[in-house]
Design a protein around this ligand. Structure first.
Ligand code: SF4
Ligand SMILES: [Zn+2]
Ligand SMILES: [Zn+2]
Length: 351
């Protein structure tokens, strides 16, 4: 097996690209795929201050490494979830990576800073662990990015993740979600810009990237992931991909090129007519933490209350960013902003 670029011995085959690569050219391939996604979707500017949500797994460490090698000013954010046998170890990998490269890692620990962990919080709130986890992480990522005045929040979602979410949305024709499944979410009142630079790389690519760059990462899956329906969607797509390489990438990139704008247009139209948004009221703010909310308390603060924690610890600073926005007389009245309002309801529902 020879590298398609230099004809030296190849170390990996990328079947969807019908290519084999040596170590050097595979690393370059990864860098190029990320740069292409960033350019294509206008994800980042060279001067942006970037915050990377880091779990200690292969994807988040790979994207942090790739961004840093591409010259971006990128800090990391690690949220300790208090999951036994998982969170302690994943934190070790995140810290070791940051230290080895002299990078800044911001740490938030749910049990220490907010008085609950995901398993007990989910039980107390009678929610699935991944739902409680999603609500917690989204709130804390948004808060940290706004408070730190970062331009963009980066996550390590890869091609397999996005194709699995798309597959699930298509299976149930969840057109609202299809309208919003984009690799870039622009900043809105109370929310940072969010981007996914790894959409052109598979899980296998990011694992190989980490191995070739000597990045130690958490291999074990979160024990709470058992039964997560997206794992089933990934397995289904993997068996299709095995028989027909490139299908997964065509499925996702074809959606972005040919279909997503249609769903967005339809959704905006329905929103404007009020048919898809029974309560198209203006967005308000959580009376405790000032995060955007459609109720007096946001989804995160309600979760903390149910879990018996204390959201007041460390909260409140987010208000300063929102006050700045208020000073600019930002009002949520346009069609596009109503879409944002509806997105918030989705976030609050833990989806
Ligand atoms: S598997 Fe679920 S609980 Fe575990 S980190 Fe992921 S979202 Fe959180
Ligand atoms: Zn080569
Ligand atoms: Zn709140």
């Amino acid at each position: 097996m020879k590298c398609v670029v230099c004809r030296e011995s190849a170390v990996i085959d990328v079947r969807r690209a019908n290519s084999n690569f040596c170590s050097d050219h595979f690393l370059r391939f990864c860098q190029e795929q990320m740069s292409r996604a960033i350019r294509e979707f206008d994800m980042l500017s060279p001067t942006d201050r970037v915050l990377v949500a880091v779990s200690g797994g292969k994807d988040s460490l790979a994207v942090w490494d790739l961004l840093q090698r591409s010259g971006y000013e990128a800090d990391g954010l690690y949220v300790g979830l208090g999951i036994d046998g998982y969170s302690d170890t994943s934190g070790v990998y995140a810290r070791a990576f940051a230290e080895s490269r002299g990078l800044k890692l911001i740490e938030i620990d749910l049990p220490t800073d907010y008085g609950y962990d995901i398993p007990t919080g989910a039980r107390a709130a009678r929610r699935a662990p991944c739902s409680a986890c999603g609500t917690s992480k989204r709130h804390l990522f948004d808060k940290a990015a706004l408070e730190g005045s970062y331009d963009v929040l980066v996550t390590g979602h890869n091609l397999d993740d996005e194709a699995a979410v798309l597959f699930g949305n298509v299976l149930r024709w969840q057109t609202e979600y299809l309208a919003r499944q984009m690799p870039v979410l622009q900043a809105r009142v109370g929310f940072p810009k969010k981007v996914k630079p790894l959409i052109r790389l598979s899980e296998r690519d990011t694992a190989a990237y980490c191995i070739l760059q000597s990045i130690d990462y958490m291999v074990e899956e979160c024990p709470m992931s058992a039964g997560n329906k997206h794992l089933g969607y990934k397995e289904a797509l993997n068996s299709i991909e095995l028989a027909s390489p490139g299908t997964k990438s065509d499925f996702y990139s074809g959606f972005l090129r040919k279909a997503s704008a249609l769903f967005r247009a339809e959704y905006l139209e329905k929103s404007a007519a009020g048919r898809d948004s029974p309560s198209v009221e203006d967005l308000t703010y959580c009376e405790r933490c000032s995060a955007p909310s459609t109720a007096s308390l946001c989804a995160f603060c309600r979760l903390v209350d149910k879990a018996g924690g204390s959201a007041r610890v460390g909260e409140g600073r987010i208000a300063s960013g929102l006050e700045d926005n208020a000073a600019q007389s930002v009002r949520i009245t346009t069609r596009a902003e109503r879409l944002a309002s509806s997105t918030t309801r989705e976030v609050e529902a833990g989806q």
